[in-house]
Ligand binder design. Structure first.
Ligand code: SAH
Length: 348
């Protein structure tokens, strides 16, 4: 089965040519795929052709297996099924400026951050560009044509820069004129800090917002929860961030999960502010979703406020990230883990 979803129009043209199809068929198929249609629904294609294509190719490699809607807000959590039986998660959030979809880039993750549920079983495999796009196509279909995904955050399971080629292909597909047409200014790519790949991304013409999971004011603390910090010290990481700002003119966002008793003191805020001084950036504070198995706990509302106030007093732009879908296991990897565990439990 050839997956057509991740192909650029020219590639799809070549593939269609090899099947003896004229160029206009490739254009029709490309348009249908990006509207989320499967071959059976491609009504301007002759029926025998639709049947043939269904046998040899794949238009929609992702499907929604489970949907969970929050009662607290408009957040929807999806469990997507992939053709090989694996599954990944996604979250659709409704903000005043439109819908934002959180997209996964790998099944699992090999970065090993202590607080993250996605990495507990390591990385199962990379997703293809078509499977990343497929998540958007599913969400658009879910919205039923009345609305569509406007913003994308690569903050689902996986480390996007550890799947560099497929992720950059996916980003390029987003801006295809006959595609889903999501401007790269509406895309955030979140990384735990793979420095060489960040440097490489800065050279591409892909002006996404770079979001960096920092979670600590210094290497000593960072190494306690993020193995990647042993490979790339903060000094190098911040240098790569500065380079990204210079090259793209876009400020970098730092994600900072407050972990009770580890990185949540006012002295940590002061140290962080000193490290970030002069860097065009914004800090997003996230109260940690606690991970009792690892002895990591969240923080009180008062602690978040104190940390935020300290950063602001030192003239560092910062906000507290809005929590959405708290009642539907909105956080990373939680739903997939529960479902996979239930499945495995059922098989015993
Ligand atoms: N691998 C990328 C993309 C994952 S994005 C990255 O590391 O940035 C998911 C974000 O949620 C990251 O900032 C991650 O550090 C954060 N996160 C993971 N587990 C969390 C938890 N238990 N509580 C709060 N934030 C968490």
């Amino acid at each position: 089965m050839t997956e057509l979803t991740g192909m650029f129009p020219a590639e799809l043209g070549d593939w269609c040519g090899a099947q003896g199809l004229p160029a206009f068929r490739a254009k029709q198929i490309f348009r249908w795929i990006h509207q989320g249609a499967d071959f059976g629904e491609m009504t301007n294609l002759p029926l025998p052709l639709r049947e043939k294509l269904s046998r040899i190719a794949l238009a929609q490699p992702v499907s929604i297996l489970e949907t969970r809607r929050s009662r607290l807000d408009d957040t929807v959590k999806f469990l997507y099924g992939l053709t090989d039986g694996n599954c990944v998660e996604g979250v659709l959030m409704h903000y005043h400026h439109g819908y934002t979809l959180c997209v996964s880039t790998q099944v699992g993750c090999r970065m090993g951050c202590a607080f993250c549920a996605s990495t507990l079983e390591g990385c199962v495999r990379d997703l293809t560009a078509g499977e990343m796009l497929g998540q958007i196509l599913c969400a658009n279909r879910y919205l039923g044509g009345e609305d569509r995904v406007h913003n994308v955050v690569l903050m689902g399971s996986g480390e996007p820069l550890d799947n560099y080629d497929s992720v950059t292909r996916f980003l390029r597909l987003l801006r295809e004129p006959e595609g889903v047409q999501i401007g790269l200014r509406n895309v955030s790519l979140s990384t735990c800090g793979l420095v060489p790949k960040m440097m490489r991304l800065a050279e591409e013409d892909l002006p996404v917002t770079l979001s960096v999971s920092l979670h600590a004011p210094n290497d000593e603390i960072r190494r306690q929860t993020m193995p990647i910090a042993k490979t790339y010290p903060m000094e190098e990481l911040l240098r790569a961030c500065r380079h990204y700002v210079e090259k793209t003119g876009r400020r970098v966002i730092f994600e900072y999960a407050l972990v009770g008793g580890l990185n949540d003191g006012e002295q940590h805020a002061a140290e962080l502010a000193a490290r970030l001084r002069g860097l065009q950036c914004h800090v997003n504070l996230i109260p940690l979703n606690s991970v009792p198995e690892r002895g990591l706990r969240g923080v009180s509302e008062a602690t978040v406020r104190r940390f935020l106030a300290k950063l602001e007093s030192l003239h560092i732009s910062a906000t507290r990230r809005r929590e959405m879908g708290d009642d539907i296991e909105g956080a990373c990897g939680q739903l997939r883990r529960r479902i996979m565990t239930d499945k495995q439990g059922g098989e015993h």
